[in-house]
Design a protein around this ligand. Structure first.
Ligand SMILES: Cc1cc2nc3c(=O)[nH]c(=O)nc-3n(C[C@H](O)[C@H](O)[C@H](O)COP(=O)(O)OP(=O)(O)OC[C@H]3O[C@@H](n4cnc5c(N)ncnc54)[C@H](O)[C@@H]3O)c2cc1C
Length: 430
């Protein structure tokens, strides 16, 4: 028998004044769920820690999933040996996505890996869920309680009300050092813009006609002005067999001002559409039938980062200094997007590896905070060579171990480097 339609009762409710925030307590609170934050949360959960992972997006995965980056860089060393330099979450990602045909390896000067962003997004969600990591999504920082050298709690605003997280350790994996900034800790800002890009995925491509990298670059250099494109180079990463490609061909500023950053997002989409027009017209055999399958969220490369105990320098990157407290390594080139029309690209020799020390992830004024990924301290060129996904994941894992070794009351500044190295050996030694 169908129910009477009036059976479903409704109540009239009004928010009580002074509604208390939703309170959460954890061992570790990770703010930012991109590759570095997910790595930190996963590593800490595997160590048995109770973890809360927070992001201002309503989704996990940060830029690697939602900005449609599409290519893992810096995970492997240079050829001919292509040693895997970062393990941890990358072991699981590479094994599981390979089984479903969602990866493609490119062997050149170094080894990069195309990935399907939908499959990667689900991998992250399943992994976080299966480890029992509590997530709070759509949550931006509103207040950080730091009475002295320790952060005690962070408050967030969500569409469903306020959340306050109390923890003994914190990871700033926000990419913009938003946690350190809101905690009143010193941060670094580049003097001139370091450009981000509006990534997009095209479908219905004819990959057998795809232009070579140099041919595409030369064509963009010659015709960019005619199509109103500030950037005079660009890359199209085809995913073999799928008729799709990720385009990395725009340059947009990545301001920290809320209104300017929203305007930059809209400008990025306009630029992206002009790129598509350029490709359809100039390379009709490969791109004549192209349709936009998806626009990514604005990609931000280097915006604001922490002032660390140690600022990684370009000299240290070039000479591959092996720090005793190293937590990450890579062979990725210097890739500094500090001008509208292009970027600096400086590659390294076959056996080159450079390292990131824990000290570059630590604020001198805080005992229970570790920054990871794009938030690490380096000069602009040095940071450009360690902010790709391989070393970002390694930094996240290093952050989790440093906080675990420090313990609930201790300081990350006094962690024993030998004990730390034993924990992160896979990412710095093997
Ligand atoms: C256009 C572009 C192309 C790139 N190409 C490549 C490539 O081909 N291969 C490669 O390996 N790397 C590439 N990179 C670099 C790489 O993608 C990023 O550096 C890396 O993904 C950064 O990871 P992350 O975890 O440090 O930060 P992000 O992925 O930026 O994650 C930070 C997270 O913090 C959240 N957050 C920020 N502020 C707050 C706040 N106040 N409160 C709560 N949450 C907050 C954000 O929503 C975000 O999810 C590229 C980057 C860009 C921009």
């Amino acid at each position: 028998m169908p129910h009477a339609l009036t059976e479903l009762k409704i109540h009239t409710v009004t928010k009580s004044p002074g509604t208390a925030p939703h309170e959460l307590t954890a061992d570790l609170c990770v703010v930012g769920a991109g590759v570095s934050g997910v790595s930190a949360a996963v590593e800490a959960a595997r160590l048995g820690r109770d973890v809360v992972l927070v992001d201002s997006l309503p989704l996990l995965g940060g830029q690697m999933v939602n900005s449609l980056i599409g290519l893992f860089c810096g995970v492997f060393g240079n050829g001919p040996d292509y040693h895997q330099l970062t393990h941890g979450i990358f072991d699981g990602i590479l094994t599981d996505l390979d089984k479903t045909g969602d990866l493609h390896y490119n062997r050149g000067h170094t080894l990069t890996v195309n990935y399907d962003e939908v499959a990667l997004g689900r991998w992250v969600e399943r992994t976080v869920h299966d480890l029992g990591i509590r997530v709070v999504l759509g949550a931006g920082i509103t207040e950080v309680e730091r009475p002295g050298r320790r952060i005690e709690a962070i408050s967030f605003a969500t569409r469903h009300g306020a959340v306050r997280v109390t923890a003994s350790g914190f990871v700033d994996a926000t990419g913009d050092a938003a946690l350190a900034w809101e905690a009143g800790l010193p941060c670094r800002l580049p003097e001139r813009t370091i450009y981000g890009s509006q990534q997009l995925i095209l479908e219905h491509l004819h990959e057998e006609h795809q232009p070579g990298r140099d041919e595409l670059a030369a064509h963009v250099a010659a015709k960019a002005a005619a199509y109103g494109l500030p950037r005079r180079d660009g890359l199209a990463f085809f995913f073999p067999g799928r008729g799709t490609a990720v385009l990395n061909m725009t340059h947009i500023p990545a301001p920290l001002d809320p209104v300017a950053s929203s305007a930059a997002q809209l400008e990025g989409r306009e630029q992206a559409d002009r790129v598509v027009e350029f490709l359809r017209t100039e390379f009709p055999k490969a791109f004549g039938d192209a349709r936009v399958r998806a626009y990514g969220l604005p990609g931000r490369r280097q915006t604001r980062w922490i002032k660390g105990v140690h600022q990684l320098s370009l000299d240290e990157v070039r000479s591959g200094v092996r720090f005793e407290d190293a937590v990450a390594r890579t062979a990725w080139p210097v890739e500094l997007h500090d001008r509208a029309d292009g970027y600096v690209w400086e590659t390294f020799d076959a056996d080159h590896v450079h390292y990131v020390p824990l000290r570059s992830l630590l604020s001198p004024d805080c005992d229970n905070l570790v920054a990871a990924g794009r938030c690490a301290d380096g000069d602009a060129a040095a940071l450009s060579s360690v902010r790709v996904m391989g070393p970002c994941a390694a930094m996240g894992a290093g952050a989790a171990h440093a906080l675990d070794l420090a313990g609930p009351e201790g300081s990350v500044h006094t962690v024993d480097p030998t004990a730390l190295r034993a924990r992160v050996a896979d990412n710095v030694e093997s």
